[in-house]
Design a protein around this ligand. Sequence first.
Ligand code: ZN
Length: 165
Amino acid sequence: MSSLPIISLPTASLRERSVEVDPSLIGTPDFQAFLDVMIESMWAADGVGLAAPQVGRNERVIIVNLKSGVYPLVNPVIEKMFEATIEGEEGCLSVPRVWGTVERAKRVTVTALNRHGRRETFDVKDSDAVVFQHEVDHLDGILFIDKAVEITKGEENLKAMIGGR
Ligand SMILES: [Zn+2]
C-alpha cells in the first residue's frame, strides 16, 4: 500500500479550516482507499495521529492511534473538554524537529463517524485525549506551536521554517 508525503510548515493550507465530509461519500471506494492511505502514511511517518490537511486534503478526517487501537474518523467533534488539564511535550509531523510544552484537557469526549459512516463516541483521557485535541486542532488550522507555553527543543528549526517570531 502507498503512503503520502507529509506536508510541513510553512505550507499555507495547514492553516486553513478543513471542510466537513459529506457522510454519503464515506462508503465510496475512493474514500475508503483514502482512509487506508492515511493510516499507512501515519505508520510510515511513525506518528500517533494524522489529520487529512497534513497530506494535502483539507477535509475533516483524522487518524488517531489510541491505546485501544487505530481509528480513522470523519467529522470529529470534541463534545466536551473536562476542566482538569495536563501539560506534556508535543511534536508534530508537520512541524518537524520541534517540540514544545502544551497544556491540554486531561479528558475529552469526542463524537465522529467511523469508516462505516456510523457515529461513535469516545471518552478518553491522558495521552489519548491529547492525540484527539492535537488532531482536531489541525482541522481548524491550529498547530501545537500556537498553544505551546514553551518551545523545549528545536526553536532554531522553527525559526528556519516560519521566520522569527
Ligand atoms: Zn500534528
